[in-house]
Design a protein around this ligand. Sequence first.
Ligand code: SF4
Length: 636
Amino acid sequence: MTDIADILGPNGLLAKRISGFSHRPQQEEMAVAVAKTIEQGDVLITEAGTGTGKTFAYLVPALQSGRKVIISTGTRNLQDQLFHRDLPVVIDALGITTTTALLKGRSNYLCIYRMENAALDGRARIREVADHLVQVQRWSGRTSSGDIAELVGIPEDGLIWPLVTSSTDNCLGAECPSYKKCHLVEARRKAQEANLVVINHHLLCADFSLKEGGFGELLPAADCFILDEAHQLPDVASNFFGLTVSGRQLLDLARDTETEYLREAGDMQEIPDQAAVLTKAVRDLRLAFGLDIQRGSWKDIYADGRILSALEQVREQLAGLSQLLDLIKGRGKGLDSCLSRCEQLDQQLGLLCDDTGDEHIRWYETQRQSFRLNRTPLEIADAFQARMAEHSGAWIFTSATLAVGGSFAHFQSQLGLADASTACWDSPFDYPNQALWFVPRGMPEPREHNYIDAVLDVAVPVLQASGGRAFMLFTSHRALRIAAELLEERIDYPLLVQGSSPKGELLDRFRELGNAVLLGTASFWEGVDVRGEALSCVIIDKLPFASPGDPVLQARIDALKKRGGNPFMEFQMPQAAIALKQGAGRLIRDETDRGVLVVCDPRLLSKPYGHVFLKSLPAMARSRDPDDVVRFFDKL
Ligand code: SF4
């Protein structure tokens, strides 16, 4: 086997074969550590600062090992990037022959069975949906993968997608008449045969929580799991180890029942009538929650008679539909599948409504037209450990943001990884010269009524000095809205505000304009990569502590208090430090980037815990003098 140094070293294979490849000692060291972990079947947690080149640092030893490797990333975009861009480059540079596969969640693949029946769905009468259906049908004859990302002309949130993709609820599995040509089945078959498979955390956790029937046989065959963007895992795993019943699931069931009734029965009008009654009950429950988009604890449901009786109605009408479908059991596979879904949803609603134990947090959230009823485990460490134990082999967790003040304790305790080895590689960037961290003087406490005005008083001169080219990252939608309104009159640079257009479009415009100011909340704090001068300044309004009103956070705080712990230091502060690292990490994306980070929150320096935040970020030059900001930009 070729030495890592001969591959990633200054005169290594990659330097010779990839134009623009820069040798990074941190990358080489990380690759050696990953190779050793794979060899010994150990568990390694590693933080690799921005620019380390961690993807190559794990791809090289993973490919060299010749073992079956599963790599899981945070999002589908990263999955595509890794599979289509990075992986072929490394395979080519190493000159090896291997088999690789990309496997996404089922909603990313065309479902031929549903496409063929989509015309029977009432939504197909909507003009836009009908047009998109024609496009999907044409493309279905050309595609070999069935990956809907190939159909770029239809927006990601297009109404057509639920009609032509499957869910675990509505997939007929081996009973499906289209099973032999099913794209999902084919993608899974390829994944089972490949040496290296790229998946995402949602798929990994779906498999772990047995929520993706038929996929469970993929994982036992792997010798090594590499989890990139691992800081996202605890949240994703929490969702999957929990239980959710959504309004959308119930409405889909009612619709599918009507469609299958037309296909397979047609002589028992009570069935579509009952499906319509269920639809109305689900809509009434959404209305009972009120118009606001919110999250609340189950106690709020108990306290509101209107919600309780609407929920009771949903359960009753679901049971009614189940009884009717049972009467014609065996008439058709589609209707039988609807019956199973009825029974499963009924059972899940029972678990949600009747569980009074303290191992789970029960809560709800409302969306514009739907709702989700959730049961989230208070802790996932034991469950995650149990799944890892079922898949022995090497486990590597990596991200640019896992450590808090140099310690991995928070991440380790979330996933039960106390015995894992840990390692940290700092970014190779020259932060003291590339970045200035400005903490303004005289800011009021964030709870003061004039706080947002004070943030803007700091931001406006900074934006003038930077010539726009900035992200303003907020911790709440309310602050974002107020700032967007007030800034309009105070600066001459183009303002791009989250929510005014899809995220991808806003980012494209930001890059094109070159002097814009983009205002965003949570979704812009991470996973956004704008290199070069278009982004030269990141302004953060507050330290990103999660809202204490959040029902899941509140329940975790209460549980920690009950155990005599310190929820602030053990949970809230580490979470906020990771989020701040993510937000600040938008600024310097490569060795030629330069820029100013502004953190307006005075608690950074006034509170004893502030030093943990300071220690968690890269070693930028620091200043409290606004003139230094002006001088910094003058020198660019
Ligand atoms: S097996 Fe499931 S996903 Fe595949 S075509 Fe049939 S219903 Fe669709």
